[in-house]
Ligand binder design. Structure first.
Ligand SMILES: Nc1ncnc2c1ncn2[C@@H]1O[C@H](COP(=O)(O)OP(=O)(O)OP(=O)(O)O)[C@@H](O)[C@H]1O
Length: 277
């Protein structure tokens, strides 16, 4: 067995039991047990996720990678309660998602999950600030507190007071996505779920958005992000590789530090190569 194959084999075990040296005190926010997702179409069944046991620690920035069609988005939607698994269990902050009715699940998602997608879906007729407030006020928090948090978050992602009254059509792609991130974080979600959040942005704009996500992660925000972009994946502290419906391997990268430069990139590239990327 080559060194890389051994690493892949070791990390496969960590995917099921990620508690390791120095992380023993880490809290778990989400676990899956034998999670399966099967799609049926035209009389055939496609088993996209097969018996996945995954643990997401509080404060983790987990990246899900895999080839196109490997089931990354399907996994993200299942973990976040946006889609129901075919079989298996998802325990999210101690709640078993399969026990929740559709209405309870919608409330759970609103209160505990934030979502950022490649397409940003801001409401065109509302300003930047109102787009964020509209999400924040859904949770019945006081308007004053929500507005204060919205403004603080907007400032932190680089959107100053002069931007708050702009409409989505007046924003650049990066500004729109940073607004989307603030909207996703306004209710202080336990986990921010992101599906290719920089997929529609150019590389310098992407960098700004990734810096924003890295900043929130450093402050303890749990993030689960799907990407097929290596530079984007570097921002995570762990990378799960999905292949043939299972977590084929896991790489623990540690907190993102720009100074690591090529060394981090080389580790990720070597891991991806060992996964058959
Ligand atoms: N609602 C659905 N009905 C039937 N098949 C589906 C459905 N959603 C996804 N699939 C299939 O499941 C497989 C995994 O899809 P998914 O979008 O999760 O892959 P992915 O890894 O995110 O792909 P990509 O990187 O191309 O976005 C694909 O073959 C897809 O066609």
């Amino acid at each position: 067995m080559t060194e890389l194959a051994q690493e892949a084999s070791r990390t496969r075990m960590r995917a099921a039991n990620p508690v390791e040296k120095g992380q023993a005190a880490r809290k778990t926010v989400l676990t899956t047990a034998k999670l399966c997702k099967t799609f049926s179409a035209g009389g055939t069944q496609q088993h996209v996720l097969k018996n996945l046991d995954i643990e997401i620690g509080s404060g983790d920035f987990t990246i899900i990678m895999g080839s196109s069609g490997s089931g990354k988005s399907t996994l993200l939607y299942a973990l976040s309660g946006m889609d129901k698994p075919t079989l298996g269990e998802i325990s999210f902050m101690g709640k078993e998602l399969s026990q929740l009715s559709a209405d309870q699940l919608a409330v759970f998602r609103r209160d505990h999950c934030g979502f950022v997608f490649q397409q940003i879906y801001l409401l065109d007729t509302m300003s930047v600030l109102d787009n964020v407030l509209a999400s924040g006020l859904l949770r019945n928090s006081g308007r004053k507190a929500v507005a204060a948090r919205a403004k603080e978050l907007l400032l932190r992602v680089g959107l100053g007071e002069g931007d708050w009254g702009k409409f989505p059509s007046q924003l650049s792609g990066g500004e729109a996505q940073r607004t989307g991130i603030v909207r996703a974080l306004i209710n202080q979600p336990a986990v921010l779920f992101a599906d290719e959040p920089t997929g529609a942005l150019n590389s310098s704009t992407s960098r700004g958005v990734l810096d924003v996500l890295t900043g929130f992660h450093r402050e303890g925000q749990s993030i689960v992000m799907v990407t097929h972009d290596v530079k984007t994946a570097l921002r995570g502290n762990r990378v799960l590789y999905l292949r043939d419906g299972i977590i084929h391997g896991e790489l623990l990268l540690g907190l993102y530090r720009e100074e690591e430069g090529r060394e981090r990139l080389n580790r990720l590239n070597a891991f991806l190569e060992s996964m058959g990327w």
